[in-house]
Design a protein around this ligand. Structure first.
Ligand SMILES: NC(=O)c1ccc[n+]([C@@H]2O[C@H](COP(=O)([O-])OP(=O)(O)OC[C@H]3O[C@@H](n4cnc5c(N)ncnc54)[C@H](OP(=O)(O)O)[C@@H]3O)[C@@H](O)[C@H]2O)c1
Length: 228
C-alpha cells in the first residue's frame, strides 16, 4: 500500500442498530481520532442529528470528505420488480445521498474555504456507485439484469455526481462516483473475487490522487475511468 499524503486527523463512521426492521440512532462511540455515530440516511431527523454531532466536533475546520457509502440491494429481475421495491431502493441509494450531501454542505463549504485546489485535502464528496450503473456496459454485465432497482438507482446517483460536480465546482468542492470493486460483503456475497481489505488500499490511493481533472468522473477502485 502506498503511503497516503493526506491522513485525516478525525474519522467519522456511521452505523445503525436495527431492531425488528426499525433503525434506531442511540449511541456515539469515540476512540482516539475515530468516531462511530448513528445515522439512518433515509430519516431527516437522523441526518440533522449526525450533522450537528459532526459540527460540534470539527468546529470551524469543517468537513473535508463525505463518503456516501450506505446502500441496499434486492434481487429483482424484470419479472420480480415492483413499484414498491423500486421506490425503496431509490430512497436509500439515491435520494438519501442527495439529502445527506445537502445537510453536510455547510461543513464541506467551511473546509473548502480554508484551502485551495481540489481534492480530499480540501472538500470532496465520494458517491459509492457501481459498475452495474454503467449504461454502456449493460450488455457486458448481464448478471446485473437481476437487479433492476439497484442499477437504476445507482445510475441516477451518477447523475447526482455530475450535477454536484458542476454545481459545487465554484465552491472548490469536488464530487466523483466510485465503484469499489466486487467485494465480499453482505451485499457483494461470498462469490465476489475480492475481500474488502484488498480493495481498500486502491480506494484510498484513488481518493488521495483526486484533483480538478477528476471532478465529476466515474472511477473504479484502481483509478480507471468507467463509461457512464
Ligand atoms: N460489495 C460490492 O461488491 C459492491 C460493488 C459495487 C458497489 N458497492 C457499493 O458500496 C457500498 C457499500 O456496500 P457493501 O458491499 O459494504 O454493502 P453492505 O455490506 O450491504 O453494507 C451496506 C451498508 O449500508 C448501510 N445502510 C443501509 N441502509 C442504510 C440506512 N438507511 N441508513 C444508514 N446506513 C444504511 C448498512 O448499514 P446496516 O449494516 O446498519 O444495515 C451497511 O453498513 C454500497 O453503496 C454499494 O452499493 C458494493
Amino acid at each position: 500500500m502506498s503511503p497516503l499524503s493526506l491522513m485525516p486527523y478525525l474519522w467519522f463512521s456511521t452505523c445503525c442498530i436495527v431492531t425488528a426492521g426499525i433503525r434506531t440512532a442511540q449511541f456515539t462511540v469515540h476512540c482516539g481520532c475515530s468516531w462511530l455515530l448513528c445515522a439512518d440516511v433515509v430519516c431527516e431527523n437522523s441526518i440533522k442529528k449526525v450533522v450537528k454531532e459532526v459540527e460540534e466536533i470539527v468546529g470551524d475546520k469543517g468537513l473535508n470528505c463525505l463518503i456516501n457509502n450506505a446502500g441496499i440491494n434486492v434481487v429483482a429481475s424484470l419479472e420480480e420488480v415492483t413499484a414498491e421495491t423500486m421506490l425503496t431502493i431509490y430512497e436509500t441509494n439515491t435520494v438519501a445521498q442527495l439529502m445527506v450531501t445537502k445537510a453536510f454542505l455547510p461543513l464541506l463549504r467551511k473546509a473548502a474555504q480554508l484551502s485551495t485546489g481540489m481534492g480530499c485535502h480540501r472538500a470532496a464528496i465520494i458517491n459509492m456507485s457501481s459498475l452495474a450503473a454503467s449504461m454502456q456496459l449493460v450488455q457486458a454485465n448481464e448478471m446485473f439484469l437481476k437487479v433492476y432497482p439497484y442499477r437504476i438507482a445507482k445510475t441516477a446517483l451518477n447523475m447526482i455526481t455530475r450535477c454536484l460536480a458542476a454545481d459545487l465546482k465554484s465552491d472548490g468542492i469536488l464530487c466523483i462516483s466510485l465503484h469499489p470493486g466486487w467485494l465480499q460483503t453482505d451485499m457483494g456475497g461470498n462469490m465476489a473475487p475480492m475481500q474488502v481489505q484488498e480493495a481498500i488500499p486502491g480506494i484510498l490511493s484513488v481518493m488521495d490522487r483526486l484533483g480538478e481533472k477528476e471532478n465529476g468522473s466515474f472511477l473504479d477502485w484502481q483509478g480507471e475511468t468507467l463509461p457512464w
